[in-house]
Design a protein around this ligand. Structure first.
Ligand SMILES: NC(=O)C1=CN([C@@H]2O[C@H](COP(=O)(O)OP(=O)(O)OC[C@H]3O[C@@H](n4cnc5c(N)ncnc54)[C@H](OP(=O)(O)O)[C@@H]3O)[C@@H](O)[C@H]2O)[C@@H](O)CC1
Ligand SMILES: [K+]
Length: 379
């Protein structure tokens, strides 16, 4: 499978430029790959008797659209191209535009009054730099209300490719074909909602450029997940002993749900360290964990939790902490103690808040996994 990298607008652009400048791959070659791969996917979505309208903006996203038109023309007799800003075209787009004129593909500067079965959105891609207004806005609104199928190339036009915000207005795509790498904005905020089904295609950019770049976010494929084999003669100690610390009077569901994940992942033994006030509820909920109860105070861990953890921590190989704990000084102290230990640590929920108080402690030699919701971890 093609490796799935995810980049910001700037990094994706720098990678494109490096492919062209450093590796001397002409941008028209990259564009041809982009168009060939996109056309292949479009052919899976659109029947040849359907009408297709390709909207081409003033940059290289628009140039992609013209190249796609050229490739689709032999199979789709009812194909139309809209190029609103002929005078502003990029250099590559001028070349692509000449080719579609040579092939006598029909075009105009305005959206025709008829509705097409399929719209291919190549208005703006990774180069969108400000709010969409004026005739582009009207065009996007008309296409969005057409009830036709919309396929966006690289980005749904109007979505900021780094943060996924709508800039003025944005295409609501049914499908988005992302070129070379995923863009962060396809996964964040409104972007997720506007992409529809997301495809990723290889356009011939050297992989090394992705590996060298600074963004550290990666989409996991199935091949990235390596669960160890479970030998037939194994016993519970073979698969590690986990301690999950969390819970409070008003939040006992979170640690229970987290414990289900630990159980499903195949942990050998699982112990929940919880305030006494919720231990009866948890004992009824499940058979697969043991409980390490701690005196509570006002529905949360009392300060006795600190000594309790000290006495017991060495019985476990991995500690997970944070679910439903609430934000308070005991949480901060327990997180600090866990981070100072030589155990593998998973920090979740309120423990992420607590870890901010002592950020230096995150520099550990043992594995430390942070599991923030995206809104708790702004990029
Ligand atoms: N480089 C490569 O190797 C490859 C690139 N590829 C393709 O190129 C795409 C990136 O191309 P790109 O950089 O030309 O940007 P693009 O998204 O077409 O838009 C820029 C144009 O839009 C304009 N503009 C911006 N915002 C606007 C607004 N709100 N309202 C109105 N105008 C606005 C902006 O004008 P300006 O800001 O300069 O006034 C400029 O004219 C990428 O997504 C992929 O599809 C592939 O072919 C593979 C090879
Ligand atoms: K687009």
């Amino acid at each position: 499978m093609y490796p799935a990298f995810i980049h910001t607008q700037t990094t994706a652009r720098n990678i494109d430029h490096a492919a062209i400048k450093t590796y001397q791959i002409p941008s028209l070659i990259l564009m041809e790959h982009a168009a060939l791969k996109s056309a292949e996917i479009i052919e899976q979505i659109a029947n040849t008797n359907q009408s297709i309208c390709i909207l081409c903006g003033p940059g290289n996203n628009g140039a992609d659209g013209l190249a796609i038109a050229r490739l689709l023309q032999p199979k789709y007799p009812n194909l139309y191209v809209v190029v609103p800003e002929i005078k502003k075209m990029s250099e590559d787009e001028k070349i692509q535009f000449q080719m579609i004129q040579n092939l006598k593909i029909p075009f105009s500067q305005n959206l025709p009054n008829v509705t097409y079965d399929i719209y291919i959105d190549c208005l703006f891609g990774n180069g969108l730099s400000r709010d969409i207004t004026g005739f582009y806005k009207t065009m996007i609104q008309n296409v969005n209300t057409s009830h036709s199928t919309i396929i966006s190339i690289d980005m749904p036009s109007g979505i900021d490719s780094t943060m996924g915000n709508v800039l003025g207005c944005a295409i609501h795509a049914d499908y988005t074909i992302s070129l070379d790498c995923y863009k962060q904005g396809q996964w964040l905020n409104e972007g997720k909602n506007h992409c529809g089904k997301l495809y990723l295609v290889d356009i011939g950019i050297p992989q090394i450029l992705h590996q060298k770049c600074m963004d550290k976010i990666k989409i996991l494929n199935e091949e990235d997940i390596h669960l160890p084999n479970r030998p037939l003669n194994a016993h519970k100690s073979t698969f590690g002993k986990a301690l999950m610390i969390g819970g409070s009077q008003n939040m006992h569901g979170a640690i229970h749900m987290a414990s289900l994940s630990a159980y499903k992942s195949g942990i050998g033994t699982l112990t929940l360290m919880v305030p006494e006030c919720i231990s009866n509820v948890l004992a009824i909920k499940s058979d697969f964990y043991m409980l390490l109860q701690c005196a509570d105070r006002n529905g949360i861990f009392s300060s006795k939790a600190i000594d309790l953890l000290k006495q017991n921590i060495n019985n476990y190989s991995i500690i997970s902490i944070g679910n439903g704990m609430q934000k308070n000084n005991i949480t901060i102290a327990l997180v600090e103690q866990a981070l100072k230990s030589d155990k593998k640590i998973v920090l979740d929920a309120d423990a992420l808040w607590a870890a901010q108080k002592n950020i230096e402690l995150l520099k550990r030699s043992e594995t430390t996994i942070l599991t923030p919701h995206i809104k708790k971890c702004p990029i």
